[in-house]
Write a protein that binds this ligand. Structure first.
Ligand SMILES: NC(=O)c1ccc[n+]([C@@H]2O[C@H](COP(=O)([O-])OP(=O)(O)OC[C@H]3O[C@@H](n4cnc5c(N)ncnc54)[C@H](OP(=O)(O)O)[C@@H]3O)[C@@H](O)[C@H]2O)c1
Length: 295
């Protein structure tokens, strides 16, 4: 099986490449200079040349704040780039595995979202993901869309590193990302890669598993609790007091729910959700090891 990974230098992409290598699955992971999703002609040319069996697209426009300011750039990437990719995969007979996001929902549901819930994106970013998904449905029947909740990793820009960086800076974290009104399932990039590998392997076995699935780590939580757990772990490496965490700074009364129900993925692929708390221990250790070696 030949796999093409797009976004191989990203948080999820790097972990996926590591796993594919350790499972001796042959893959290509061109960098953005080689394969830019917004450069439609090059995408077609390279995929026609390489003829992969499976394309896993982990690249995507992901900055929610910036998307509101530059919607055309966000749609050009998450809708038009994905649409061209779906057409190309269909043309060469490759299956497309595409990452999407909880942001296709409006966040108002009390329970975790299932695949049966109707998307109703509130933001430009959410809308771009939803439109990208619809393009895939229309253009490439052999697809798996994997919607994710919050992604965390020991590097890159995410909820965990923002908090850890601020502890490192001056012991007083930025007054963001500590809201008990933001609910989600912090899922490590490593865990997502494990799921992508399992999906890719199933596709390689010709299983008929096409469609949209949700995956998130087990145990929904809120940003404040996540920050408390990260702080407790970080206190092993830094002289930091419990007060370093600001009070819940939410002004917004409404809960925003980013939790996803992974049962359909479990039933179809046999993939169990892993708890996020134990993963945070490893994440924080890796974060400080990386900082020690770079200092
Ligand atoms: N982070 C979250 O909380 C979250 C939640 C749900 C879903 N997601 C989605 O999950 C996906 C992966 O997230 P991530 O955190 O792994 O992202 P990431 O670390 O920001 O990595 C993004 C990757 O995409 C590549 N890329 C950027 N623009 C590109 C372009 N025009 N053409 C080709 N490649 C391009 C980047 O290359 P460079 O190294 O050259 O920049 C990088 O390899 C994204 O679609 C994101 O929206 C994220």
């Amino acid at each position: 099986m030949e796999v093409l990974v797009i976004g191989g230098s990203g948080q999820i992409g790097q972990e996926l490449c590591r796993l594919l290598k350790s499972h001796q699955i042959h893959f290509q992971a061109p960098d953005r200079a080689q394969l830019d999703l917004e450069d439609h002609r090059t995408v077609v040319k390279l995929i026609e040349k390489w003829k992969p069996d499976v394309v896993v697209n982990t690249a995507g426009y992901r900055a929610a704040g910036n998307a509101q300011k530059e919607p055309s750039r966000c749609f050009s990437f998450n809708r038009d780039g994905v649409s061209n990719l779906a057409d190309t995969c269909n043309k060469v007979g490759a299956a497309l595995v595409q990452i999407s996001s909880w942001r296709v929902f409006d966040g108002t549901k009390k329970e975790p979202y299932t695949e049966k819930d109707t998307p109703n994106p509130e933001s430009v970013l959410g809308n771009s993901f939803w439109q990208g998904e619809q393009q895939i449905h229309q253009r490439c029947p052999r697809h798996v869309i994997l919607r994710l909740s919050w992604i965390i990793s020991h590097w890159g820009r995410n909820r965990a590193t923002r908090l850890l960086d601020s502890f490192q800076d001056n012991g007083s974290p930025l007054p963001v990302f500590t809201s008990s009104h933001q609910r989600g399932c912090p899922t490590t990039a490593e865990d997502v890669a494990r799921v992508l590998l399992a999906i890719t392997q199933q596709i390689g076995c010709n299983s008929n598993c096409w469609g949209t699935y949700h995956y998130s780590a087990a145990e929904p939580t809120d940003e404040y609790t996540l920050a408390e757990v990260i702080l407790a772990e970080a206190s092993q490496y830094l002289d930091i007091s419990k007060d370093a965490l600001p009070e819940d700074n939410t002004e917004r009364e409404t809960v925003v729910n980013a939790c996803l129900d992974s049962r359909s993925l479990r039933h179809t692929f046999g993939i169990m959700s892993r708890p996020w708390r134990s993963a945070v221990t490893r994440l924080v250790r890796n974060y400080f090891e990386q900082h020690k070696s770079s200092n």
